[in-house]
Design a binder for this molecule. Structure first.
Ligand code: 5GP
Ligand code: ZN
Length: 114
């Protein structure tokens, strides 16, 4: 999609620190990390929010989650603990309107989130 930064990153038209890539998903380091491990996992296909997902897209969601858990293991945070977060729409704090899962780990998390 034109003018979407995460489409551009996933298409490598914009630089990022690539963590993982396959035909469906792209993972890269967050530019403003909120934890020692802060990686964004995005579908290569553009969806603005998770509300746009159709029934047939949910296998992609499971692939995104599976990718996040594999990266958590690779980064050594799986056993200690980590968080997978996706924000949807303004009150959640979503700032980039291309679906992404945040993988956060490497420090004690708190609840409730801010
Ligand atoms: P949201 O607030 O939409 O849930 O998360 C967007 C995330 O994207 C933020 O954590 C922000 O730091 C990250 N981000 C925004 N622009 C860029 C960018 O150009 N490159 C990278 N690597 N991360 C970005
Ligand atoms: Zn996009």
């Amino acid at each position: 999609m034109d003018n979407c930064i995460f489409c551009k990153i996933a298409e490598k038209k914009m630089p990022s620190k690539v963590v993982y890539e396959d035909e469906l998903v792209f993972a890269f380091e967050d530019i403003e990390p909120q934890a020692p491990v802060h990686i964004l996992i995005v579908p290569k296909k553009h969806f603005s929010t998770i509300l746009e997902l159709k029934d047939e897209d949910y296998s992609l969601v499971s692939h995104l989650v599976k990718t996040a858990t594999k990266i958590a293991a690779d980064r050594g945070v799986a056993e200690k603990g980590f968080r997978i977060v996706t924000n949807c729409n303004p009150e959640s704090g979503q700032s980039v309107y291309h679906i992404h899962f945040h993988l956060l780990g490497g420090r004690q998390m708190h609840w409730p989130p801010g």
